[in-house]
Design a protein around this ligand. Structure first.
Ligand SMILES: *Cc1c(COP(=O)(O)O)cnc(C)c1O
Length: 366
């Protein structure tokens, strides 16, 4: 049980599973490809004829580019349809349907529980602690819960959605060490580009039971292209790929991502992130000074979590002005909170203006 090979964490019934052998995965050299029942001529909508054939399941250039971006080896990375697909793959590959458990730290991203539910997997919740410095993860309680319930997966989100909190790498490392051979610690870094901290990818060399999720959906502005990555031990990655759909990456999306990640445009991504961080600090200060705002959580992401004396009035006031924010009131511990994504400077100014007017109309004193 102390063996740290993460393949031991796979469902036992999947350890010898080879997955679907697609026509594209059979490596052959040939000039004329008549093995996949594809059309012999391109569609009229497909000018360059790049879409006629099934895509490479893991295009090497994309894998290498993403690995370079995230600081890992290409064979440690599996790209898929957003990090949402990676979450689903991890749950399906590690947890027995109808059995096994995962640990969550609410309030957190909803997809971990959704995938667990769909797969018949139990969720064990260890609430984040609401401290004056923001939400904090109780790592000791997470470790105890994972051991007690024999959890196969622990989902951590850093920076947290919606908490905005960045988790200390040393704590993640210690948790993985303690759960070695028992559970995989998943660190969802969907917002790490906006944070002042290093990726848990740096821990992989010493801890084979860590997996990191990254995405092109947030800082890279490619949400509709649906490209996310799971980064982990190379053997585990190969096993996850066998559980993945045969052709997860549409060629137009891959080409778009490669164009976006080419050297020069990458500077524009950096500029967008720098602007967002500046806006975050500006909006944070402005919201804190607003009447009717009870608390603004420090954020290492591209959104702010805000408690209001009357969240309904704030939400409705924004909506009346055409501004849609995320109502968090159904989430645990967030009964009076809204989550506001950072927009352009003009949009953020509009948020402040509407909330100011709204509070004045309700006669709330600063
Ligand atoms: C947005 C988000 C994702 C989803 O990312 P996709 O790559 O678009 O699927 C994953 N995790 C968290 C915490 C998110 O907020």
């Amino acid at each position: 049980m102390n063996d740290d090979n993460p393949l031991n964490l796979l469902r036992e019934d999947l350890r010898d599973f080879a997955g679907y052998s697609s026509a594209r995965s059979e490596k052959r050299s040939g000039r004329v490809w008549l093995n996949a029942n594809e059309a012999a001529w391109p569609s009229v909508a497909d000018g360059e004829g790049s879409v006629r054939r099934y895509p490479d399941p893991q295009p090497q250039r994309l894998r290498e580019t993403l690995a370079g971006l995230y600081g890992c080896e290409p064979q440690q990375l599996l790209a898929g349809r957003g990090s949402d697909e990676a979450i689903d793959l991890l749950v399906r590959a590690l947890c027995r349907p109808g059995g096994d458990a995962i640990v969550l730290t609410p309030p957190t991203f909803g997809m971990y529980a959704v995938n667990a539910r769909l797969h018949g997997t139990r969720t064990v919740e260890v609430a984040l602690r609401d401290t004056p410095a923001g939400f904090a993860c109780d790592f000791a309680a997470v470790a105890e819960a994972a051991e007690r319930d024999n959890a196969k997966l622990v989902f951590l989100c850093s920076p947290g959605n919606p908490s905005g909190t960045l988790l200390p790498l040393a704590e993640i490392d210690a948790l993985a060490l303690r759960l070695r051979g028992r559970a995989l610690v998943v660190v969802d870094e969907a917002y790490l580009e906006f944070a002042d901290g290093a990726s848990a990818v740096s821990l992989l060399a010493a801890r084979r039971n860590i997996a990191v999720l990254r995405t092109l959906s947030k800082a890279h502005a490619l949400a509709a292209a649906r490209i996310g990555s799971v980064i982990a031990d190379a053997e585990l990655i190969a096993a996850l790929q066998r559980c993945q759909a045969p052709y997860p990456l549409p060629t137009p999306c891959v080409n778009l991502a490669l164009r976006a990640l080419a050297e020069v445009p990458r500077n524009t991504t950096k500029a967008r992130v720098v602007t967002a961080i500046g806006e975050r600090e500006r909006l944070f200060a402005a919201l804190q000074a607003l009447p009717g705002v009870l608390q603004v959580y420090p954020s290492q992401a591209n959104f702010l979590l805000v408690r209001f004396d009357d969240a309904q009035a704030a939400f409705d006031g924004l909506l009346d002005a055409g501004v849609v924010v995320r109502d968090m009131r159904a989430a645990p511990q967030l009964g009076n909170a809204l989550r506001i994504s950072l927009g352009t400077p003009e949009q953020n100014a509009a948020v402040i203006e509407v909330l100011t007017r709204n509070a004045q109309m309700r006669g709330v004193a600063a």
